[in-house]
Structures are given as C-alpha cells and as structure tokens.
Design a protein around this ligand. Structure first.
Ligand SMILES: Nc1ncnc2c1ncn2[C@@H]1O[C@H](COP(=O)(O)OP(=O)(O)OP(=O)(O)O)[C@@H](O)[C@H]1O
Ligand SMILES: [Mg+2]
Length: 344
C-alpha cells in the first residue's frame, strides 16, 4: 500500500493530550538537533524526529551506534552538551512545551516527572562511597520527602523495588555485579517517583541472562508503578518481547515508527527489514545471521539522497539523489522510504 507523505514543514500542531483513551505524556514534534563546532560542518545528529509516549507505554528506540539516539534523549530534557543545539521542533510533556521552559521550570520536570538513566552510568558510580549513600544523595538532592519519611527508609524501599536486599546498601560498587549496579541506577532514577523513565542502553554491557532480568525488572516496574519507559538499544531483538512501539532511527532520521507487531511482522523500511534478518530465528537455528554491509553515514557529511541508500539492497537511482519524505502507512505506522510511495 502506498503511503501518504507527512508534510514536515507545516506549522507545529497543538500537542495531543490523549490517544486511544490513554493520556499522552510526551509528544515530540519534528525535533532537529545539530552539533555545531567552529570551523567544522555541523553534524545533523537528529532531523525531524516525532513520536508520542502514552501513559504506561514502553517505547523502544533502536538504531546502530552514532545514529542520534542519545542526542535525541538528552534533548528532551535539555541536557545536551554545549555544542548540541535544538534547531527545530517541540517537546511537550503533558501539553507543556519543554523547549520553551527556563532552567528553573525544567529542573522541576527533570527527575520529578522524567528521569534518565544515562548511557554507561552504571560504571560512573563513585567507587569510594557505598551504593546506599549514593542513592540517599539522589533522594536528598532531587526528591521532597514528607516529614514522616526518612531517607534511609526510602533507600531501602527503592532497593527493594529493584530487587536488591537491604543489607547491600552498605556495600561499595565493586562489591556489586554489573546487573546489580544497573539495578542501583534504576533505583536512583525512581527516587522522585517520575512518570517517565528513559533508559539509555541499560543492558549493553551485560550478558544475555542479566539483560533479560533487567528488561523484566523494567517491565515489572512499568506495571507496578504505571511508568512510561523509553528503552534505548541498538538491538532490535532486545525490544521484541516487551515494547508496545518501536522507533527505528537511521543516520539521525526516523526510518520507521510503528507498533511492535507491525515492526516485526510487516516492516516497510529496508533498514528495519535488514535489522530483522540479523535477529536469530529460534525455529531455524542453523540459519546464518545477516549483517548489514557498510557503515552508517557521517552526520557531518551526509549523502544527498536517502541516508540509507549507500547500504540499501533495494536502492533505486532516485534514492541516491532525493531524500525520502516520511510516509504515513497506517494509524500508527510511518516510514521514510521511496519504495513505500511506489507501493512496494
Ligand atoms: N558532544 C558532541 N559533540 C559533537 N558531536 C557529537 C557529540 N555527541 C555526539 N555527536 C555526534 O552525534 C552523533 C550521534 O551521537 P549519539 O551519541 O546521539 O548516537 P547514539 O545513537 O546514542 O550512539 P551509541 O549507540 O553509540 O550510543 C555522533 O555520531 C556524532 O557525530
Ligand atoms: Mg548513545
């Protein structure tokens, strides 16, 4: 079925507050972020990316290294490094525009409403302080406890939520396994009872069994606390089981965005299709896993046409000269590819 192109230059629409009967917590509209460094071409790290996150939804953000995932997540909370600038678009949290907020207003949203587990954070725990102390510090710094609550009790409560026994609070990070350190980071992110948690590649450094346990923990927390979660990973297989929707990024743009069933069973973008070929099929254990030849483009030296064209097995002449628009393919399905226009 051919898709209808999304007009990306039109005036920003009012934020949507509800979708399918569920409140929309986060709405990102056409967000673009460039890294601007003197005497260098700007790196167009994120261009025209849009998505919505509903209450209780788990969104997977997937793409190869360097495709702009962390940049997009940091921009939501205006935590970009100095060279990173939002060059267009809006980020709404419950209808309020975060891109227009001052630092003071933003500091109310960070940790209290939206918290982020930074990429690699589990390795950034202070080695000479106990984990309990570091969680207590996060509580004191960011959370407001009622007079009846005490910090120590809250530390134990948070550790319990992430499946760590209370006596481990006296231990130092080196006494924790990788999985436990990541759980401790999740506990810290929950210190202020946020509604949205962003987990930036929380399982990459962990072995497969521990990865599965961390995913299960996040899924349980979502159900227990009604959290909305954005789960960032370069591995499409990781998000298969528990995500509701998947946003596939390639070279800073949206390749495809759809509910999880569509992404796995009827993907339309060749990049998504190639990523799925790299995903083991348990019914065919002997099948060789495919990998996509070539590398993602440099974001300061992008190809003229589709950013995926140089690696795309289905690329046509037009793909090398003309950037594809994002096409609406269904109620919750968009893809940026010339082939969908042709109805392929
Ligand atoms: N501090 C920075 N200064 C300049 N350019 C940057 C900076 N951080 C990132 N970039 C550029 O933005 C691109 C996207 O980086 P980003 O960290 O968002 O990717 P990612 O998808 O999170 O990758 P990974 O999976 O490796 O974490 C990089 O390829 C780089 O070109
Ligand atoms: Mg990253």
């Amino acid at each position: 079925m051919p898709g209808r192109p999304v007009i990306q230059d039109e005036a920003p629409a009012a934020p949507v507050l509800e979708q399918d009967g569920q409140p929309v917590l986060l709405e990102v509209q056409n967000l673009s972020i460039h890294y601007i460094i003197e005497d260098q071409a700007p790196a167009r790290a994120v261009e025209n990316v849009s998505f919505r996150l509903r209450q209780g939804e788990l969104l997977g953000l997937v793409g190869e290294s360097g495709c702009g995932k962390t940049t997009l997540m940091l921009a939501l909370l205006q935590l970009l490094p100095a060279a990173g600038q939002i060059t267009g678009g809006k980020v709404y949290f419950k209808g309020q525009d975060l891109t227009a907020m001052n630092e003071e207003a933003l500091s109310q949203v960070r940790w209290n409403d939206i918290s982020i587990i930074f990429q690699g954070a589990m390795n950034a725990l202070n080695p000479v302080r106990t984990v309990g102390d570091q969680i207590a510090e996060a509580i004191i710094k960011h959370a407001t406890l009622s007079p009846a609550e005490n910090v120590d009790a809250r530390v134990v409560e948070l550790l319990d939520l992430v499946g760590i026994a209370a006596d481990h609070k006296e231990h130092y990070p080196h006494q924790y396994s990788g999985g436990m350190r990541q759980r401790a980071m999740i506990a810290m992110a929950l210190a202020c009872n946020p509604q949205v948690v962003i987990a930036d590649e929380p399982t990459t450094a962990l072995d497969v069994m521990i990865q599965a346990q961390i995913l299960e923990l996040l899924d349980n927390l979502r159900k227990k606390l009604g959290l909305s979660i954005i789960f960032v990973t370069h591995d499409l297989g990781v998000v298969a089981e528990m995500c509701d929707a998947v946003l596939v990024m390639y070279g800073g743009v949206t390749a495809e965005y759809a509910d999880v069933d569509t992404i796995y069973n009827a993907p339309r973008h060749p990049y998504t299709q190639e990523l799925l070929k790299a995903f083991p099929d348990l019914s065919k254990p002997d099948k060789r896993l495919a990998s996509i030849p070539g590398y993602p483009p440099r974001l300061d030296d992008l190809p003229a046409g589709c950013r995926f064209a140089p690696r795309c097995p289905l690329a046509m002449e037009r793909c090398h000269t003309e950037q594809p628009a994002l096409h609406i393919l269904g109620e919750n399905h968009v893809a940026s590819c010339h082939l969908v226009e042709a109805g392929a």
